[in-house]
Design a protein around this ligand. Structure first.
Ligand SMILES: Cc1ncc(COP(=O)(O)O)c(C=O)c1O
Length: 457
């Protein structure tokens, strides 16, 4: 009798291997519909806490069925929101990481070096001169982390004594992700002091309007704490003009943060669209979005080596004080080795293959733009800056069309509101997606428009 919890782990591992392999094969091409939860699965998912063990193979099969019935973002025809890819090597990394279960709160030996190297690789990939940073659970936490450092620079000591209400202001494009507002609220700045800066016809932040907003606040005795430029907005993929925004920030010494959670990986293939990136004080980029690895994996980077430790460094009686630990530069204490997914993805695929996959997604967005432009009845909002395209059919209720497409199940799209209208907002972030999948998207949408069995349309 060992001290392990009892189960036949070799048999379970063999079976898990087969389930994973089936999943990967199944994701190689699209399926014809989205299955719904069966009555048997529903019963199982309403069952009370099991007191006795069940066969591991049976339980794994049940888990696999639940996952197969889930809306999976990793499928090649999932174009909703900003999808994920569940890159296979990243899934293997998660299995290894979970098995070792190292804690990156403090120096964990080689794992800490893996994280540092993966961070350097991500920085080099996008072309940002990072001098510090960490892997995080995603864009929201990366943005909160960076804005905490920005607050500490604008108001030294504010982490202890807080910030007088109304004394600090922050700026972002009117199209910035909600996580910026959340960060400002969580940091106690108050979202009423977050200035949404108007965007131009291409949905890019207007630097002149930014400059005026900053001047007005300074004239009122307020201190601009941070400007957030978005490199790839969630709504349209617009890239704010970083260089011009950095010029405005330089005039008053304001911290510039780039929220590149979605779009910044594209700097590896179209650096000219991101000119000025190296001038940012901090950047966020999500590896679990357009760097293909499974959730949860974000990265925050800073240019000044001490920027994060000034905001998060501390001493406690139970953490070794001789070295700077991850707990001194991150929000979290217990932290898994999220970096391994990115490290293995770079090792196994190489940066060149990653760049090619990004370029394919950009080309797919352009293809959809062209296909929709040529089809009668279809409108396109903007030329895609990255891999998001907003399309709508002029003859139908587009919100109902999105619902009808989701019910049909052959492709998945979500909607967006732009200038008072509802648009379909496909986003391409999956290396499995092909041009045939793009063609299928417009064909399915067109077919549903023309059948109009759905009276709400
Ligand atoms: C531009 C941008 N920033 C931040 C986030 C939040 O990232 P996460 O969902 O990883 O917290 C998103 C999510 O879509 C995003 O598009």
């Amino acid at each position: 009798m060992t001290s392990h919890l009892s189960w036949d782990r070799e048999r379970a591992l063999d079976h898990a291997r087969e389930l994973v392999s089936q999943t990967w094969r199944n994701f190689d091409s699209a399926r014809e519909y989205q299955p719904t939860v069966s009555p048997e699965l529903l019963d199982l998912l309403n069952a009370p806490l099991p007191n006795e063990p069940c066969d591991a193979v049976q339980a794994l099969d049940e888990a696999a069925e639940a996952l197969d019935t889930t809306t999976s973002q990793a499928r090649p025809r999932y174009f909703g929101y900003i999808g994920s890819s569940g890159l296979e090597v990243g899934a293997l990394a998660d299995l290894l990481v979970g098995s070792h279960d190292a804690n990156l709160a403090i120096d964990a030996g080689a794992a800490t070096l893996v994280e540092a190297q993966a961070l350097r690789w991500v920085a080099e990939f996008i072309g940002y001169p990072a001098q510090g940073g960490s892997f995080t659970s995603g864009g929201t936490v990366s943005n909160i982390t960076a804005l905490t450092a920005a607050r500490e620079r604008a108001f030294p000591g504010s982490r202890q004594h807080g910030v007088v209400p109304g004394s600090a202001t922050a700026y972002c494009s009117a199209d910035a992700h909600y996580s910026i507002c959340r960060a400002i609220e969580v940091l106690g700045i108050g979202s009423q002091w977050l200035r949404p800066i108007p965007v131009d016809v291409n949905r890019r932040m207007n630097p002149i309007a930014l400059s005026h907003a900053i001047d007005d606040d300074i004239a009122q005795g307020r201190t601009p704490m941070v400007v957030v430029a978005t490199s790839g907005t969630t709504l349209t993929g617009a890239i704010d003009p970083i260089d011009a925004i950095a010029d405005v920030c330089d005039v008053h010494g304001v911290w510039l943060h780039i929220d590149g959670a979605y779009g910044l990986p594209a700097a590896a293939v179209m650096p000219d669209a991101f000119t000025g990136l190296a001038r940012a004080d901090s950047v966020s980029v999500d590896a679990h979005k357009w760097m293909f690895v499974p959730k949860a994996c974000g990265v925050v980077m800073v240019r000044e080596p001490q920027a994060l430790s000034k905001a998060f460094g501390h001493a406690t009686s139970y953490i070794p004080g001789a070295t700077l630990n991850a707990v001194d530069v991150t929000l979290e204490y217990s932290r898994p080795l999220r970096a391994l997914k990115m490290w293995l993805a770079f090792r196994v695929h190489g940066a060149a293959e990653m760049r090619a996959a990004l370029q394919r997604n950009i080309d797919q967005a352009r293809l959809l733009h062209d296909l929709a432009t040529q089809r009668p009845g279809w409108q396109v909002a903007l030329h895609p800056a990255l891999s998001i395209v907003l399309i709508r059919h002029e003859g139908v209720n587009n919100a109902a069309l999105v619902e009808a497409i989701q019910q049909d199940g052959r492709v998945y799209v979500s909607h967006a509101q732009l200038d008072g209208q509802t648009w379909l907002r496909p986003c391409f972030t999956n290396p499995r997606t092909t041009s045939a999948d793009v063609q299928a998207l417009i064909d399915v949408a067109d077919e549903i428009v023309h059948y109009r069995e759905n009276s709400a349309l």
